[in-house]
Design a protein around this ligand. Structure first.
Ligand SMILES: Nc1ncnc2c1ncn2[C@@H]1O[C@H](COP(=O)(O)OP(=O)(O)OP(=O)(O)O)[C@@H](O)[C@H]1O
Ligand SMILES: [Mg+2]
Length: 259
């Protein structure tokens, strides 16, 4: 079975900092892969390389067998790479509903030509997007907040909206950067349920998370990243039993232990 996302020998450095050191990774349909590692390991950078924020120095990234080489961030999103951001990038004065609508995979209202010459079509597509957005908000138990400005929401609710925005892109690959940071209570359970549902729908999901019990609960397998390298991979339990991970992640050791 061809993987949804395939990363081959991907390298990236910023001056002296190597954020991706010959990364090889595959994520398959229905899989929830955990990506764990200490602060500065390169986890968010890897998401930025996949989603086209930064160009890679070398290597290859393919989505369902198609190279993403040279594709902009927008084209990659339209190809089906959807993501959340570690530091939520919401529009605070816009309503919840509009924050979702502008995150859809194809947002026709950005096309000035269509706005001028096909305004009726744009309006009906806009109504469709609003319906899609409402469906997602209902799934998340947030429908009553659809007309509230983001600035009025709690932090946990804003995290849910970050995920809801990612779901407006129904593509096959979903990248979640610390979806649980600062989240507790009901929002925690909701995020867990939604991520599971999306995997059951056949999406390939990669989750960066420091909340290890969340990773344990949710992920089929995980990889451990340190200084731009993927050092270990396996079941979450195997990784948690690893001495290397213990030293570098929980022990705060700065260099890879010699075995
Ligand atoms: N655009 C950039 N220019 C220069 N250095 C960068 C850039 N982006 C990231 N870095 C550096 O790359 C390293 C990896 O950063 P990254 O944000 O990917 O880490 P992370 O694993 O996501 O950490 P955290 O768990 O704290 O979110 C850090 O040293 C960071 O300062
Ligand atoms: Mg990060």
């Amino acid at each position: 079975m061809i993987p949804i996302l395939k990363i081959e020998k991907v390298c990236k450095r910023f001056g002296g900092i190597v954020v991706a050191d010959a990364i090889d990774l595959e994520i398959h349909a229905g899989e929830i892969l955990g990506l764990i590692g200490p602060n500065g390991a390169g986890k968010s950078s890897l998401f930025n390389l996949i989603s086209g924020i930064y160009p890679i120095d070398s290597g290859e990234i393919t989505l369902m067998g198609q190279s993403l080489h040279g594709l902009s961030m927008v084209k990659r999103a339209q190809s089906g790479i959807s993501r959340t951001w570690q530091h939520m990038r919401l529009f605070p004065s816009m309503t919840v509903l509009n924050n979702l609508v502008v995150a859809s995979r194809y947002y026709e209202a950005e096309n000035l030509r269509a706005l001028f010459f096909q305004s009726g079509k744009v309006k009906s597509l806009q109504a469709e997007k609003e319906n899609d957005a409402m469906e997602i908000l209902v799934r998340m138990g947030l429908a009553s907040l659809s007309n509230s400005p983001i600035a009025d929401l709690t932090f946990g609710q804003q995290k849910l909206i970050g995920l809801a925005r990612a779901l407006m892109n129904d593509g096959p690959c979903l990248l979640l950067d610390e979806p649980m940071a600062g989240v507790e209570g009901q929002s925690y359970e909701t995020i867990k349920d939604i991520v599971r549902q999306e995997a059951n729908r056949g999406r390939a999901i990669c989750v960066v998370e420091h909340n290890i019990s969340f990773v344990k609960d949710l992920c089929n397998s995980a990889v451990f990243m340190f200084n731009g390298k993927l050092l270990e991979r396996g079941s979450v339990d195997d990784l948690l039993a690893s001495k290397t991970l213990e030293a570098l992640y929980f022990g705060g050791q700065k260099t890879i232990p010699v075995s």
